[in-house]
Design a protein around this ligand. Structure first.
Ligand code: CP
Ligand code: NVA
Length: 312
């Protein structure tokens, strides 16, 4: 059956099926090629994207805004101080009102329940631009990058080293959907959510992949196809940053880990990076590192997502 995502929201990585993820990745590849050739593609002309941010952003804001411009549409940035989500009026009313003006809503929120509520009450598609639980748009761009570098996803070993956070959760779901072997290495007490681990593991089991969670970064990095990390303290955890520095020692992507991985390992980081903490600068600049291709692919993957989700 042909894939039809028109009118759907994208709040959780597992909102998409394997086939639907491939549709996004192939559409992203086509849009990237057109942009490279200088071919305009104003397929969302006249459409408006409303972007709600409760937290700072470089990549998410600029890639969505530039992406919408390249598709012929318009994006409106709503800063935390603009709408005061949850303070000035209810999430339900914001969703209802924005749906009368905009064709798509993207939201970066603290609580995952906020982006879920936006999707529940909006009458247009809602995209999760990062919540405390997931960062699914990031993982679409990551998978596009891995596919470009390695020519496939199924069967590859995707190792994540660091905090069992929103990015780790979406990697577990994304990798599981695509039949990959996901290994998550965190310090004890910083493992990903247990329910998500069980759920992603069950999905992986139906796709020929697997999900493993442990506390030994070196052992888990053995023969990795992809080595990935993210900050030790996420946005909203600034007060814990200092104490986490002590607890996360050894959970760094560096030459020691790279040497235990495959020689053609792809090194990824969703950025922003704290060099000297979760990754060292030297390792981030190796020829194996694709961190800036990965950042660029936010643009292409999210353009594909918007084209596919927008109502026709
Ligand atoms: N990776 C990512 O989402 O970056 P920003 O926080 O800058 O949007
Ligand atoms: N885990 C990080 C990702 C930033 C893109 C955070 O939530 O701050």
């Amino acid at each position: 059956m042909a894939v039809n995502l028109s009118g759907r929201s994208f709040v959780n990585m597992k909102d998409l099926s394997t086939e639907e993820v491939w549709e996004v990745l192939k559409t992203a590849e086509a849009l990237k090629l057109e942009r490279f050739r200088g071919q305009p593609h104003p397929v969302l002309a006249g459409k408006t994207l409303a972007m709600i941010f409760q937290k700072p952003s470089l990549r998410t804001r600029v890639s969505f805004e530039a992406g919408m411009t390249q598709l012929g549409g318009h994006a409106i940035y709503l800063a935390p101080s603009d709408i005061k989500l949850g303070e000035r009026e209810t999430t339900e009313d914001i969703a209802q009102v924005l749906s009368r003006f905009a064709d798509l809503i993207m939201a970066r929120t603290f609580g995952h329940d906020i982006v879920e509520d936006l999707a529940r009450y909006a009458t247009c598609p809602v995209i999760n631009g990062l919540s405390e639980r997931e960062h699914p748009c990031q993982i679409l761009a990551d998978m596009q990058t891995i596919w470009e570098k390695r020519g496939r996803l199924e069967g590859l070993t995707w190792v994540y080293v660091g905090d069992g956070n929103n990015v780790a959760h979406s990697i577990m779901y994304g990798g599981a959907l695509m039949g990959m072997h996901v290994r998550i290495a965190t310090p004890a007490g910083f493992e990903p959510d247990g329910e998500i681990t069980a759920d992603a593991s069950a999905i992986a089991g139906t796709k020929g992949g697997s999900v493993t969670v442990g506390n030994d970064p070196l052992a888990l990095s053995k023969d990795a196809d992809v080595l990935y990390t993210d900050v030790w303290a996420s946005m909203g955890q600034e007060a814990e940053a200092q104490s986490r520095r002590g607890k996360f020692q050894g959970f760094q992507i560096n030459m020691k880990l790279v040497k235990t991985a495959r020689p053609d390992v792809v090194i990824l980081h969703c950025l922003p990076a704290h060099y000297g903490e979760e990754i060292d600068y030297e390792t981030s600049r190796l020829p194996n590192s694709a961190i800036f291709d990965q950042a660029e692919n936010r643009l292409h993957a999210q353009k594909a997502l918007m084209v596919l989700l927008a109502r026709r």
